[in-house]
Design a protein around this ligand. Sequence first.
Ligand code: ADP
Ligand code: ADP
Ligand code: ZN
Length: 214
Amino acid sequence: MKIIMLGAPGAGKGTQAKKIAEKYGIPHISTGDIFRANIKNGTELGKKAKTYMDQGLLVPDELTCDLVVDRIGQPDAAKGYVLDGFPRTIPQAECLTDALNRLGSSIDYAIDVDVPDEAIVTRMSGRRACLKCGATYHIVYAAPVKEGICDKCGESLVLRDDDKPETVQKRLTVYHEQTQPLIDYYTKQGVLKTVDGTKDLNDVFAEIVSILGE
Ligand code: ADP
Ligand code: ADP
Ligand code: ZN
């Protein structure tokens, strides 16, 4: 099962993608997590990506596409995967479609987690991230057991630099300009499914499971 998660920054793509990966036994591939791991490790890719991410801009397509095509070619992705945060532009979607076509394959579901802009800003200001294991929390809606500490690995949680309100506004603008056109793109491919992302996160997941099957 090959799945793409679409939706604004903070819509809950990552939260749902992790649950999908767990239930269906497929890898969760997040380009944001890959970039943040590279930043943490001080790689060349990380240095380049950071300058864009800090401004709320997208990392250029050339730095993103090959990375994902390479990742989905790994053995653990042979049975499928859930892509979270990719594609984010039409050229990225075309790059993915072409790469899959070459393998005689295609995306099965593009799930759009729909949340209006007004709700996004509140969600982002409460998001806390673990930069060690990639887990995500919310101070109100998905709090860790011990405040400020990752349940999974014990690392201190942080407010991501790009989750500050000024940067969130910029990211929303970028989303509407560059990523929203993908809804049309995947509608035309006949694979788009929209879920109401304003519901409780377990209810959103139940809606997704009703689409993907038990
Ligand atoms: P969110 O969880 O808010 O949707 P991500 O963790 O997916 O954010 O991405 C954080 C940042 O990483 C983005 O704002 C962008 O700068 C960069 N990024 C992630 N994925 C991509 C991509 N597919 N193309 C370009 N930039 C990306
Ligand atoms: P994205 O990957 O789309 O940027 P996340 O999954 O990181 O979004 O979710 C953004 C924030 O909102 C996180 O703090 C997360 O815990 C919280 N969150 C996710 N889904 C819901 C939901 N259905 N209701 C309330 N908060 C949510
Ligand atoms: Zn952790």
